[in-house]
Design a protein around this ligand. Structure first.
Ligand code: HAM
Length: 413
């Protein structure tokens, strides 16, 4: 579980702020759910036979003897919160976004962490394919706004629960005679949850499932119609996407349309974002029978591939430098005055030489340096250097403040 150091932290904050712009545009409100939930919230929704529940959750017994888990994802908690607080019959469309840390005890590697962050959305209360289209358009706009560059959206439909029941039987028939070719986990899953076999990453298992019947050839008319309506809306809206008939997801709650966003910078397996429809989950968790869909994007994964040039590191706009140690207290007062008027301002107290302080101010991209020498101090003035030009001005403190504020368009604070 990594520490997030200032440079990455600034980048994450920037991403969150830019995401909020997109969510406002698409009409989402924010929800914040607890990091810790009753374990059943996740086992019931994500599924007992998934990697997440079988081996990745941080679960423990609390003081009251109850099993609790750190949330491995956001959807289950959002639906739990929706049912408890917002459902009101499930007839209204509720559009929520969230961002925050998730926890999965995976083997850490590039782009795979034990504590990572997701920015996600859920739309609860409808099954119309126009909702899926809005969702995918939102994800596309979000990724563009965050400088994701060269990403590709892959979509598929895994059908409703009826389709999956029939398909599960077919897949079982196909894989049962080939059990010996599968890994130990998959052999077990042929009986317990055969769809999970399609999601196994082991080359031998992938090879074995290659000839298996495809779910897309086993969809009912409603699912096919919904899927093709979605594709038509996306075409008409100019959202590029590819169909990937063997796309499956690692969580059990999905129904109908699913999607993943891949980026060449992450390697073949690693999605930067993913999601889809999960129309049965709300009712399965005790809420109204209403459709829902959503996505989550992996913040750290996006940070590996995004263009960071637009991200501003927060740094003070001005540095006050006393030319002489004897003027440190005067310089300090000046800095305090600057800050009181809303100018982000710093001083170096480490004993660096004047030259070294100037070099540092330059390197850190400070816009203004306020030099306080004996001459200026005597006259009640300060020398303001605007680093974006070579000019410098001798100004009284109040004039300097006005000058800097105007240059930075700082509002009076
Ligand atoms: P997921 O595919 O498990 O879906 O995760 C979504 C994204 O989170 C992934 O595409 C990836 O970018 C990121 N991610 C997942 N695990 C890790 C990890 N260990 N380290 C770094 N990043 C990771 C979900 O979580 C669903 N709740 C998405 C969803 C929302 N479906 C419907 N609504």
């Amino acid at each position: 579980m990594p520490d997030i150091l200032p440079e990455d932290s600034a980048c994450m904050r920037w991403m969150e702020e830019r995401s909020r712009e997109i969510f406002r545009l698409f009409g989402f409100s924010e929800i914040r759910t607890p990091l810790l939930e009753d374990t059943r919230v996740f086992t019931r929704s994500i599924g007992q036979d998934t990697d997440i529940v079988e081996k990745e959750m941080y679960s423990f017994t609390d003081r009251g003897g109850k099993s609790v888990s750190l949330r491995p994802e956001g959807t289950a908690s959002v639906i739990r919160a929706y049912i408890e607080n917002l459902a009101s019959g499930g007839t209204e469309l509720v559009k929520l976004f969230y961002s925050g840390p998730m926890f999965r005890g995976e083997r850490p590697q590039k782009g795979r962490l034990r504590q990572f962050h997701q920015i996600g959305v859920e739309i609860i209360g409808g099954k119309n394919p126009f909702i899926d289209a809005e969702l995918i358009m939102c994800l596309d706009a979000l990724l563009k706004n965050l400088g994701a560059g060269d990403f590709k959206i892959f979509i598929n439909s895994i059908g409703c629960s009826g389709d999956r029941k029939a398909y599960t039987a077919k897949l079982k028939d196909y894989l049962s005679p080939l059990k010996e070719e599968l890994c130990e986990n998959c052999r077990r899953r042929v009986q317990s949850n055969v769809l999970r076999v399609l999601d196994c990453k082991r080359p031998r298992c992938r090879n074995t499932v290659k000839g298996a019947p495809a779910i897309t050839d086993n969809l009912c008319k409603d699912c096919l119609d919904g899927y093709s309506t979605l594709k038509n809306i996306l075409y008409a809206s100019g959202i590029p996407f590819d169909e990937k008939p063997d796309l499956v997801r690692g969580l059990d709650y999905y129904t109908g349309t699913i999607f993943e966003v891949m980026h060449p910078g992450l390697g073949a397996q690693d999605a930067v974002a993913a999601g889809g429809r999960y129309d049965d989950l709300t009712a399965d968790m005790g809420g109204p029978d209403t459709g829902a869909t959503g996505f989550a994007l992996g913040v750290e994964r996006l940070m590996l591939i995004m263009d960071r040039s637009a991200v501003d590191l927060p740094s003070a706009d001005a540095v006050v430098i006393p030319v002489d140690e004897a003027l440190r207290a005067d310089a300090f007062r000046l800095m305090v005055k600057f800050r009181r008027r809303g100018i982000a301002c710093e001083m170096d107290h480490t004993g660096r030489s004047l030259k070294a302080q100037m070099r540092k101010a330059n390197k850190e991209g400070r816009r203004f340096v306020a030099l306080l020498g004996e001459d200026e101090a005597r006259k009640g003035k300060v020398l303001i250097k605007d680093m974006s030009e070579s000019a410098q001005r001798e100004l009284a403190a109040d004039e300097a403040i006005e000058f800097i504020k105007e240059a930075l368009s700082v509002k009076d604070g």
